[in-house]
Design a protein around this ligand. Structure first.
Ligand SMILES: O=C(O)CCC(=O)C(=O)O
Ligand SMILES: [Fe+2]
Length: 336
């Protein structure tokens, strides 16, 4: 079977009332059946996208010394550069270099910290060699937030809820996380660029360059999500699966390394509820509720009520070196 990921045009959301309803039906179907879709006509130009991929290329081309100056190991807030094989997914090392940012904020003073997850909040680390990177990526992050918030509203409508059914959970500002990623080629056949996983938040928007590598699991098979110029690849995260009691689907995906001589660049934007939010399980109408089989992830998943604690748990698991340096007690004890 060919690529099961459908293509949606966001323009429909702002055209006639009937196009809007069409979009809502399409996004609902895609989010339920595949958990992935391509998004076109989202208002972010190809030029802006290329600029972000270009700054990613410039960043990863900096010397190792320059990149190490802003390595994540210097940041208790899990921001900055990660070298190949330093991140773990499903317990295995990912062969990818990354640069992570989140909201640019001032860290809490120790006296104001009541929950460990508050330490996620703080400033980003930026390379002094590329002063344009900070304004460019922060503005990119804002634009992708706008798109994601509109998609979240459309998804609420597709569940026959008011469009603002989840707005309270992002009112103070959703939790946002942007990554620039470089996947180096390999002669080893298929290496783990990033291992199979579901994203934890509400929604993820991925921008790929012209090289494929992203794969999605659909009906127990892996499919390549080929790049589509100008389109974002959007996927549903576990928080939306839980909020819809499993009606919407958070889908496993992974990236396999490109072959020798090819380098793949991408950027992923993750949006979750604000860190102190309690996310409601939506009260679906009976005809949808009877198709909601409960989430495939752990039904006792504390994600719904402890967004911040869960983000922290995920960051520690992915970056054990940062965790060891700043949060030396064992993982199991994070909430004791
Ligand atoms: O690089 C990509 O295409 C996707 C990356 C991804 O799934 C992730 O970082 O969660
Ligand atoms: Fe992902």
């Amino acid at each position: 079977m060919q690529n099961p990921v459908p293509v949606l045009s966001m323009r429909k959301l702002y055209s006639s009332a009937s196009s809007r309803q069409e979009f809502i039906a399409e996004i609902g179907k895609a989010a339920r059946e595949v958990g992935f879709f391509y998004l076109e006509d989202h208002g972010i130009s190809l030029t802006e996208q290329v600029k972000v991929l270009d700054i990613a290329k410039s960043f990863f081309a900096l010397s190792n010394t320059a990149k190490k100056e802003i390595q994540m190991i210097h940041s208790p807030h899990f921001r900055g550069y990660s070298a190949n094989y330093s991140e773990l997914t499903a317990g295995r090392r990912d062969r990818r270099e990354q640069f992570d940012i989140m909201d640019e904020l001032t860290a809490f003073s120790d006296a104001d910290i009541h929950h460990e997850w508050q330490k996620l909040i703080g400033p980003n680390q930026w390379p002094k060699q590329l002063p344009e990177m900070k304004p460019q990526l922060l503005s990119w992050q804002d634009k992708l937030t706008e798109v994601s918030l509109q998609l979240l509203e459309a998804l609420c409508e597709s569940l026959e809820q008011p469009s603002d059914a989840l707005s309270e959970t992002v009112r103070k500002g959703p939790y946002r996380h942007t990554k620039l990623i470089k996947y180096p080629g390999t002669s080893e056949g298929s290496e783990q660029g990033v291992g199979a996983h579901k994203d934890p938040g509400y929604l993820t928007l991925v921008m790929q360059d012209e090289n494929s590598g992203l794969e999605v699991e659909f009906e127990q098979q892996w499919y390549k999500v080929a790049p589509r110029p100008g389109a974002f690849v959007v996927n549903i995260g576990e928080l939306l699966e839980l909020a819809s009691n499993g009606y919407l689907k958070a889908t496993n995906h992974r990236v396999t390394s490109p072959k020798k001589g090819v380098t793949r660049y991408s950027s992923a934007f993750f949006m979750a509820a604000q860190l102190d939010a309690s996310v409601p399980v939506l009260n679906l109408p009976p005809h949808l509720a009877k198709q909601a089989k409960g989430p495939t992830s752990d039904p006792n998943n504390p994600l719904l009520n402890n967004v911040g604690e869960n983000v922290m748990k995920g960051r520690k698991r992915s970056h054990p070196d940062v965790s060891m340096r700043f949060y030396p007690q064992p993982l199991e004890c994070t909430s004791c």
